[in-house]
Ligand binder design. Sequence first.
Ligand code: AHR
Length: 657
Amino acid sequence: MRTKTASFLLALLWTPAWLCALSQQTPVVVDVDAAHPGAAISPQMFGIFFEDINFGADGGLYPELVENRSFEFSEPLTGWHQELAYGNAGLKPSRGGMSVREAESLNASNPHYLHVQVDEPGFGIRNAGFRGMGVRTGEEYRFSAYVRSHGPKTLHVVVKDSKGRELASGQLQDFTGEWQHYETVLRVSATEAHAQLFLDFEEKGDLDLDMVSLFPVDTWNHRPNGLRKDLVQLLYDMHPGFLRFPGGCIVEGRQLSNRYRWKTTVGDIAERKTILNRWNDEFDHRPSPEYFQSFGLGFYEYFQLAEDIGARPLPILNCGLACQYNTSETAAMDEMHEYVQDALDLIEFANGPVDSAWGKMRAQMGHPAPFHLQMIGVGNENWGERYFERYQLFANALKAKYPEIQLVVSAGPSPDGELFDSAWKEWRNAKADIVDEHYYQSPEWFLSNTHRYDRYDRSGPKVFAGEYAAQTTEMARPDNRNNWKGAIAEAAFMTGLERNGDVVRMASYAPLLASVDFWQWTPDAIWFDTLRSFGTPNYYVQAMYASNVGTRVVPTTPQAEKGIYTSTTLDERSHELIVKVINHNASAAPLEIHLKDEKLSAKAKVLTMQSADLSVENTFESPKKIAPVESVASVKDGVLRDVASAYSFRIYRIPLK
Ligand code: AHR
């Protein structure tokens, strides 16, 4: 039998060296003054910024599988191919032809359609989707189209895998000489990331097609024009406080003619006017000539998405200025009526009674209840006198009719400098409600700016950190990475947002979504391909904050010292303290959280993200290589003891008495 002394000596021998070293280290002591909670934190504090960049909408969140379904791209046959067929003399080009026509179109906002001429039965065309269509075994896909026939009565639809094997088939039939909508549901027999849609014509003659669609039946909440489930799931899991949409520079457009106009994005999807996406050719290093906006995901769907994920809607509207980095085209002051009216009408669309003009449209689209819109952004990343005077027109009209609606204005493109200072001066004088600041900066900038808001005027406008992301190389460079180096710097910076919750009312990482095949901008919170998606470490940092907000700021020291960053909130609903600790050091540190005046003993829930390797990233193959891991820590006599591992972000949820 082993003696007690022998066991003790053995245990000592087996204790890893790092643990012995740690136990000799002086602990980092975090003092939490739980008895004196301070300012209230906005329940909408951490939310989502959505913009149709990186194929975030068409080809992404909006799961239409057909590219250019309405033949409205500048090259109207983009995405469509005529099938070659084998004849006696080998491969021959066609048994018919296809062209795009305009005469007697489906409607005025969708003026082009496909004219198919079948010379011999067996003529076929195909669409390859957004670099392939992602389909899943056993799932249903609704094929639909508007058809007007000058003879043929049947259209065969086949979904094939990348090797040409049939995965599903069906047909539309009984066409007439008038435009009519037809649909059939196909069940797919195998999962395939690069499926294609084939339309085969077995009767001679001509026919016209428009709004040719292959759409998953299984969307988020099973909506017919719904959204891609795995992507919405990731958004839902964040617990976002708000959803900002539709951008971003997309609000502004390169010219005013392709600015975002919400009214053209609601109602029947066949009547929503497709336009160029401004990210189409923004970057020479990432040209995207096939980038258009179908607006299948339009303002109604954005409001519905916000509601579905429990977020407050925050639409941003054009203020009469096209992107000031591009043309800076400006609507004359006497043309501003339309812009201001759009804002007034949007409030009616979101909140108005069902017998109001726009409230009626909302009800007809399926949502008689209001969407509870409480804030609107006037302008995206705008600046200068022309912006300020145009804002005033909005403020006069909106505040007169809807004084309860908060207006969000822009502090310009950078977090400091002349444009930033002049904007803040203007917004203080104008007594603006909320000012939107953007910072795409280095990880070092984020780490050294945790005190940024400590010195902000408490009586001035509130702050919306509306777009931010640590750029691991430089803003808008294609080699920026979504790694832990950027994400942990954001986590540290966000302690400063939270600690200043009386001034900073909202914050969102940007951009949100990126297709691995079609992106223009990196880093981004979530990456996806035709079937898969994953959250980056940056996404998980946002989710950790948004899911653990609290209702009051609690004084905590140290705030940012020797690589340790902290922030504490009290959640008055669950009666818990939520302590966030970031250790931005290459070595682990023993940690003691002292809960002043709280002599409690309890079990705390701990969420940890950590990696000593700052270059670590998530991938499709390892989507949670770095993601929050749950554990438990004990609190004894008001002290929680733990080890803050190297480069770690921890959240402790400590139940109070
Ligand atoms: O998030 C990408 C872009 O960055 C946004 O569209 C714009 O507002 C900012 O310049």
